[in-house]
Structures are given as C-alpha cells and as structure tokens.
Design a protein around this ligand. Structure first.
Ligand code: NAP
Length: 281
C-alpha cells in the first residue's frame, strides 16, 4: 500500500530482542514515521513466557519510542482489543477513553506497550481486532482465522466454532488505509481502527462459508467448550466514532471486508495447502 516510500525492517536486521540494534537501524534510516507492526502475537504461548512477551511487546516499544524522539519521527504502535475483557458485564463498544482491563499476559503486555509508545513525543496508538487478509500471491498464508477456516473446510464437514466472543474481525487492507489516513492527518493519541459493527467467530465463519460458497456447517460452541491457555474477552467490540469523526468516514462493515477477502483469494486462485493456525491475537 505504501510502495517504495516504506522501508521494511525484518527480524534479521531488527530483532526486537535486541532493541538497541533496532533503535540504531531506525536512527540511521531517519524516517518520518515508524509503524511498529511487529510483536509477540502468540496469545496462548505468552501465558508460559511472560518475560519474553513483555520484552518484545513492551520494553522494545520503549526503545523504539526513544529512537523516534532522537530523529523527531512519529511512532505508530499497533495494539489490540485484548487490552479489554476484564469487564465481564460489558455489552456496548469500548471507546478510547474507557479504562482498559486485560485478561491475558499478551493483553497486559500490549497495554504496557501502549504506555511505552506514549513516551514518543509524536505517537499514534492503533487498537485493532481479529486481523485477516488474503495476503499477496506467493506469500505464505494460513495464520489468520479466515484462512484457517477455509483450510479446515477441506477436511471437515462440520466445524465447531466459538459463538460467545463478540468482537470485530477486521480486514487488513481496510485497517492499513485507516492507519495511513490518521498518519497523514497528523493525528496523535489512541484510535480504534476496526471494521464497522461486530460478530462472533461463529457468525464470521458462517458468513465466510456463505461468501466462499462452502457447504460445511458451522456448529456453535461456547468458550468453555474450547479451552485455551489464555483467557479471551467475551466482549471486546471497539467503538470507532473517534476514527469516523476524525477521518470523515468509518471503515466499511466487517461483512464488506470479508467479501473483499474472498474476492482477493478467488482472484489469486488460492487452493488448499495453507498451514494450520492455532493462535489468534
Ligand atoms: N492478528 C490479529 O488479529 C491482531 C489483532 C489485534 C492487534 N494485533 C496487533 O497487530 C500487530 C500485527 O499483528 P499480526 O497478526 O500481523 O502479527 P503476526 O502475523 O504474528 O506478525 C508479527 C510480526 O512480528 C515479527 N516479530 C516477532 N518477534 C519479533 C522479534 N523478536 N523481532 C522482530 N520482529 C519480530 C514477526 O516476524 P517474523 O515474520 O520474522 O516471525 C512478524 O512479522 C501486532 O502488534 C498485534 O499485537 C493483531
């Protein structure tokens, strides 16, 4: 989306376990903005590795913030709806001013990462949710919920999917466009950038199969029937009024994102063979 004006910093040249190396790389490049999409995203694994998760999702962000200050760059830090969830009675979308309350090591590390990002003089913290995309031709897929469902559909007539976690799965190209809009407008602070409206993973899978013309059935199960190491929020819908009023238009409905994902996959003629996904963030 950014083309040649963006310089990717892959792990081999910018390992967040060596934040001073990352900081040096940033200071040498002297970009106008640093978009930190990297992070420890293995939500369940984090429960057994809190120190390692914290190092990448929190401590490294503080070092990136310092580097941004040294070269007067804006830090864009990607964060998550999993900073919420502790409020078990919640049934209306969380705004940017609501007090967070994570449930998991991952959620706490990302919340602390948000605080670390605010030490950058110019910072933009983007909370998003349930990311998925069709990727680009030639890029390995299978690390998001939609890819996983379509892969499993090849071998299972019936899929059991959690139907009591309400959130907004969001299409990466829409989120990326939203982030760039905020960046170009020079906005700072926290913004929720997700597709419009909400669903459950069960609702998402049903709509995905309808759009992809799959005849598999999707059985609704509860979170208790699908135990995971990390506790997930039962409700983590993010309010997007701030984004909409700032940019002039909210992101499209999540069903529009899903339709574009299916169209993109069809255009790439993606078949089976994706790797199986076990963690979502
Ligand atoms: N996926 C979601 O549903 C979701 C939801 C809300 C928020 N987010 C946030 O959005 C951001 C992107 O998520 P994602 O799903 O795209 O994550 P992802 O697919 O797991 O990618 C994470 C990236 O971080 C890199 N990384 C991990 N450890 C690193 C290290 N020590 N040094 C340098 N790079 C490292 C990985 O590099 P390698 O490719 O080398 O492994 C990978 O490119 C994250 O901040 C995440 O917390 C994601």
């Amino acid at each position: 989306m950014l083309g040649p004006i963006a310089v990717p910093l892959p792990r081999r040249v910018a390992d967040l376990n060596q934040p001073s190396v990352v900081a040096t790389a940033i200071e040498q490049l002297r970009p106008d903005a640093v978009i930190n999409c990297a992070g420890w995203t293995a939500v369940d694994d984090a429960e057994a590795a809190p120190t390692e998760c914290h190092a990448i999702n929190t401590l490294a962000v503080g070092e990136i913030a310092k580097a941004c200050n040294n070269i007067d760059a804006t830090l864009v830090q990607m964060s998550t709806d999993y900073v919420f969830g502790a409020d078990k009675n919640r049934s209306n979308p969380f705004s940017e001013t609501d007090t967070p309350g994570p449930l998991s090591v991952y959620g706490f590390s990302k919340l602390a990462g948000e605080e670390a990002a605010t030490t950058a003089n110019r910072h933009l913290v983007i909370r998003t949710s349930g990311l998925y995309s069709a990727g680009e031709a030639g890029i390995v897929r299978g690390r998001n919920f939609a890819d996983t469902m379509l892969s499993l559909a090849n071998d299972h007539d019936v899929l059991r999917v959690v139907g009591d976690q309400q959130c907004t799965p969001s299409y990466v190209p829409h989120v990326a466009k939203g982030v760039l809009e905020l960046l170009m407008l020079g906005r700072r602070g926290i913004f929720h950038v997700v597709n419009n409206n909400s669903t459950t993973w069960h609702g998402f899978a049903n709509e995905l199969f309808r759009l992809a013309e799959k005849t598999n059935s999707v059985a609704k199960i509860t979170t208790d029937e699908y135990p995971t190491a990390a506790e997930r929020p039962l409700y983590s819908v993010l309010a997007t009024e701030k984004f909409g009023s700032t940019t002039g238009s909210p992101l499209p409905d999540w069903k529009v994102g899903l339709r574009e994902y299916v169209q993109a996959r069809n255009a790439q003629n993606v078949g089976s063979g994706e790797t199986k996904c076990t963690q979502y963030s």
